[in-house]
Design a protein around this ligand. Sequence first.
Ligand code: URA
Length: 250
Amino acid sequence: MNKKNVDTEPIRLNRYLAMLGVGSRRACDDLIASGRVRVDKRRVDTIGVKIVPGVNTVHIDRIPLENPPRPVVLLLNKPLGVVSTVSDPQGRPTVLDLCKRFARNKRLFPVGRLDINTTGAILLTNDGKLCYRLTHPRYEIPRVYIVRVRGLVDERKLKRLDKMTAPPGRHAGRRPGAQLVRGLERESILKITLHEGRHRQVRRMCQVVGLRVVQLRRVQFGPITIRKLPLGAVRPLEKNELEKLKRLAS
Ligand code: URA
């Protein structure tokens, strides 16, 4: 299937809301059941409803998820101990708490997830359609991670990791997805590039080849790099960054 018809595939409403960071699928089911969600301005309260992103419009409490009044995309350098959801039942700090300055009157949600122990680049937006596209594996948006692991990474492990980073059917003639930045007896540093955002993917890959992750940091999402943004700081994307990002997701 090509990229053009990605938005014509129906998906379950709870999954769509969860992808946009509204909450877990369970929480989104509860939200739907409470009658606060509308599809094409009509209230839905049945679990299992399907929608077509980009065709159907979804509102929560009459605030549109797509085509927001003023679209905004922020870059946050997520610190340790912060969860990448809109709210957390356990009361832990969320990425949204760190973006309050920019969040007034806007329904911001994170673009994908970083686990609680991972730091670095995470985007937040109120543009549901852009968020959906940036997180959909078919767009193959590259994510670059710097991983510190215990011990020396030998050639065999590096090759196995590299194989795991290849998008399906794309082994030949591509740039390496796993590179050794520094290899020492005590500790090594790897640069890993992935094209989708599966749950704890880097940690699971390292575990498979017997490497213990000491530190995991995402330094780039698509064309957006964390550069000198301090840990915990947030900034809106610059115009040229936004243009590049939208081009990648179009
Ligand atoms: N891989 C992980 O293991 N964790 C993340 O947060 C992102 C990618």
